[in-house]
Design a binder for this molecule. Structure first.
Ligand SMILES: Cc1cc2nc3c(=O)[nH]c(=O)nc-3n(C[C@H](O)[C@H](O)[C@H](O)COP(=O)(O)O)c2cc1C
Length: 270
């Protein structure tokens, strides 16, 4: 085997010290954030389902959802939803939802052990709070909550999933995650829950930032401290808050405030 560097279209590929092996993994879930989708059931109650096939494209969240589940059915009929983002310490609540479906009877194709559960919020020990502009409720305990409407729900190429494009109309953020006086989420305070080959992780320490970041390290706490409200948030953050994720205080409903940050145009393209 060659150990010399090779140049492919002006990119120099360094030799690897350990040769790769060809494998056939049963899953390809290489580590994406977990969201909890609240949707509306036909009887007006709320369904709640964990999904890790979720990513942002400007103001749109693209979702990959199993076609046989209740979430896909709900979105096809009633397109409003909330994309709730749990923090790493909430992984057990997320996992408690894993074997549950809002569909009765349980459809063929669901994994063994899957059962119908009409009250998924209760089953996970989570609390529903009303949304401002959509019918499904938000998950009070989730530090970030995006109200959205699915403008497109279509079958994927395999026929097993639907791909939903959900346009976000309102963002609710725990104030401890917001750079005081701005609409920016502080990347040093927020960590998503990551689903990594069916295991749960948070983020490790920061490695660097994009040249387009509007919250470079060292500038995040202090921006906008001139307002009394911002100063209070900074004080609170200094007193109990966290670097690298929220602690148990994230379970306190009182701290989930509606700040309605509006993402600026400049944030919309990565
Ligand atoms: C962490 C986690 C991530 C998941 N990601 C997805 C996903 O991206 N797409 C999907 O269809 N199901 C995913 N699931 C499985 C669904 O949550 C599961 O099928 C659930 O029963 C759907 O509920 P529903 O039938 O009420 O919609 C995930 C489950 C867990 C625990």
């Amino acid at each position: 085997m060659s150990i010399h560097p090779v140049t492919v279209q002006h990119v120099t590929v360094q030799p690897v010290t350990v040769p790769h092996v060809s494998i056939e993994p049963s899953i390809l879930y290489f580590g994406t954030p977990v969201v909890l989708l609240s949707t509306e059931n036909p009887d007006g109650s709320a369904n709640l389902a964990p999904m890790s096939s979720a990513w942002a494209l400007g103001r749109t969240i693209v979702l990959g959802i199993g076609r046989a589940g209740q979430t896909a059915r709900n979105l096809a009929e009633r397109p409003e939803l909330v994309i709730n983002l749990p923090a790493p310490h909430q992984w057990e609540a997320v996992e408690s939802l894993a074997p549950l479906t809002g569909r009765d009877p349980v459809p063929a194709g669901k994994p063994d052990g899957c059962r119908f559960e009409p009250d998924k919020f209760g089953a996970a020990g989570l609390h529903a709070v009303p949304s401002d502009g959509v019918r499904p409720p938000r998950v009070a305990e989730c530090p970030l909550q995006f109200e959205a409407t699915a403008v497109s729900v279509r079958a994927d190429a395999s026929g097993s999933f639907v791909i939903a494009e959900a346009v976000v109309s309102k963002v609710h953020a725990d104030p401890r995650l917001v750079v005081p006086g701005t609409n920016h989420v502080d990347p040093g305070a927020w960590s998503p829950l990551i689903y990594n080959f069916r295991h749960y992780f948070g983020l490790g320490p920061e490695l660097g930032h994009s040249y387009r970041s509007q919250t470079p390290p060292g500038s995040v706490v202090g921006v906008g401290q001139e307002t009394p409200e911002a100063a209070l948030v900074v004080e609170e953050r200094a007193a109990g808050a966290v670097h690298g994720g929220l602690g148990d205080q994230a379970d306190d409903e009182d701290v989930v405030a509606d700040r309605d940050p509006v993402v600026g145009q400049a944030d919309q393209v990565r």
